[in-house]
Design a protein around this ligand. Structure first.
Ligand code: GLN
Length: 544
């Protein structure tokens, strides 16, 4: 029977609850346990797929095509938990399921209410999130305790615990100890009040993880323990990391959180948490002195969360190449007006995915500069589509070539709408989504980087490379190195006479891990590092 850990947050949002949940999953795995991970989100959108990056940050796509919260990216990067559509529920999805059942008459005439119908549906969702043979299921409740929106979720997890034995369910509450500079001290009152809110509903947290910029001393822990009714040893400090988020699990184990969980849930104690490999990796990151700099030329550049998985994947590739990857964030629109001066001195250009026309011409110019000067280039989804357009216009001489996403009347729609997208009217969950196979062409850079013939990558797009132009691209020197075998769609493009020029229609950033970096990111950062070591001059082409 799987045990459950519910993770709630208090005081303020953006405390790093997703990261802490992922770190807890990871340390339990390192004790030999199998975990499953789930996020419950209080907003009313059915999924985050329709939300602007300004509102929500990145939309993280799973193998099964579910468009999910970016915290699921942390779960996948830290653990081996199998994530699927049932790993992320929103209020909107819960309500739309309940309303659909009401319309079918499933409630046999009863008045459908938050308690018990919505809370029952939430409990069903929690059970649906448990993966086969999981020892521990970690469910993170989004939002902040005390919000109107999160109430049904908090109530549902209280009921869930009531239906189980004491040793089957535990509650971890993440809170903030704000530091008041004027008085030079950390304050515990917001934590007390937030725990008070939880206890009002009937949840007594077993563990408090206290986010803080300054060390929490023993007296404070004692005070929090007394006022919040949490054992002193279970008041854990989670200080701001000095260097990298990958330090978080090490910090939590140092504070003894692994033992507390094992003790509280009666899990096997025959094995210690083994963080040898992880510590070695973090130590390696700390010690690296080599650096390369990558310009990310995008639309939502001012938002760190909009390209979260891309930044993480660059870090992973840096670990593999033993270098630190510095990121220069360049607004694509600024590139259009200011030009290459904005990326002077960088060792590579990455153009991420996106929707909407704003900034597209800037991206195309940045790609032209990278192509012409031999600067390593990596284009992802819209980035790959822009590279295709740039090549069509400037190498093949197809004036005005474009994607029909932004120029319906273009003479040369080198990127066009996929036929199965044409009839769609509604938004939400209907792009080409999830994992699809991609066959690699022998002898290409892609094949050599992956070291495989067939790979699976995750997609999220409506437009694609127009096969009517395929022969002309090949004739002009572009290599189409990856193709979807079922529908013959071009998935990877590359230029052979360039140190590194690769564009992919899929999102490799969703499959990179700290200890298993994605091969294309690894190759790209390798080429950027070679560029840096060559004094910022064009390097020869190396295959992998
Ligand atoms: N807007 C493009 C499309 O729908 C690219 C999408 C993306 O970059 N994720 O095809």
């Amino acid at each position: 029977m799987a045990k459950h850990i519910f993770i709630t947050g208090g005081v303020v949002s953006s405390l790093g609850k997703g990261l802490t949940s992922a770190a807890i999953g990871m340390i339990l795995e390192q004790r030999g346990l199998k975990v499953s991970m789930q996020k419950l989100d209080p907003y009313i959108n059915v999924d985050p797929g329709t939300m602007s990056p300004y509102q929500h940050g990145e939309v993280y796509v799973l193998d099964d095509g579910a468009e999910t919260d970016l915290d699921l990216g942390h779960y996948e990067r830290f653990t081996h938990a199998v994530l699927r559509r049932t790993s992320n529920y929103t209020t909107g999805r819960i309500y739309s399921d309940v309303i659909a059942r009401e319309r079918k008459g499933d409630y046999l005439g009863s008045t459908v209410q938050v308690i018990p119908h919505i809370t029952d549906a939430i409990k069903d969702a929690i059970r649906a999130g448990v993966t086969a043979d999981a020892d521990v299921c970690i469910t993170e409740v989004g939002g902040t305790v005390g919000d109107i929106e999160s109430l049904p979720f908090i109530e549902a997890i209280r009921q869930f615990a009531l239906e189980k034995q004491h040793s089957e369910v535990m509650f971890v509450h993440l809170t903030l100890l704000p530091f008041l500079r004027a008085s030079g001290e950390l304050k515990t009152k917001p934590t007390q009040q937030s725990v008070g809110k939880l206890r009002e509903i009937g949840i007594q947290p077993d563990v408090l993880v206290c986010r803080t910029e300054q060390p929490m001393n023993e007296d404070m822990a004692k005070k929090i323990s007394l006022f919040c009714n949490v054992r002193q040893g279970c008041v854990i400090e989670e200080r701001d990391v000095e260097f990298s988020i990958y330090e978080v699990p090490l910090m939590l184990v140092r504070a003894g959180l692994d033992r507390i969980i094992v003790e509280r849930l009666g899990l096997p104690k025959d094995r210690e948490t083994d963080l040898t490999e992880w510590s070695r990796m973090v130590e390696g990151m700390r010690r690296t002195t080599d650096t390369c700099e990558i310009a990310v030329v995008g639309k939502y550049i001012e938002l760190h969360d909009a390209y979260k998985s891309i930044y993480e994947s660059l870090t992973h590739a840096g670990i593999a190449n033993r270098c630190r990857v510095k990121i220069r964030k360049v607004r694509a629109e600024d590139y259009y007006t200011k030009g290459a001066a904005l990326i002077e001195g960088v060792d590579g250009v990455l153009v991420p995915g996106g929707f909407g026309e704003r900034g597209v011409e800037g991206k195309i110019r940045a790609i032209q500069h990278a192509r012409e000067t031999g600067l390593p280039f990596f284009g992802i989804c819209l980035g790959m589509q822009c590279a295709t357009i740039e090549f069509a216009r400037n190498v093949m001489g197809l004036d005005g070539a474009h994607t029909s996403e932004f120029a319906l009347d273009t003479l040369h729609p080198v990127i066009h709408l996929m036929p199965d997208q044409e009839h769609l009217k509604e938004k939400g969950g209907n792009m080409r989504l999830g994992s699809f196979p991609c066959r690699l062409v022998a002898g290409t850079r892609a094949a050599s980087l992956y070291g495989a013939e067939l790979v699976h990558e995750r997609h999220r797009h409506r437009y694609e490379f127009n096969n009517d132009y395929r022969a002309r691209f090949v004739q002009a020197g572009m290599v189409l190195s990856g193709v979807n075998p079922e529908r013959d769609l071009v998935e990877i493009i590359e230029l052979p006479d360039h140190p590194f020029f690769v564009g992919v229609q899929f999102h490799p950033e969703f499959k990179s891990r700290a200890l298993a970096p994605h091969p294309i990111f690894q190759g790209f950062v390798g080429a950027a590092l070679a560029h840096a070591k060559n004094g910022g001059r064009r390097t020869a082409r190396t295959l992998a």
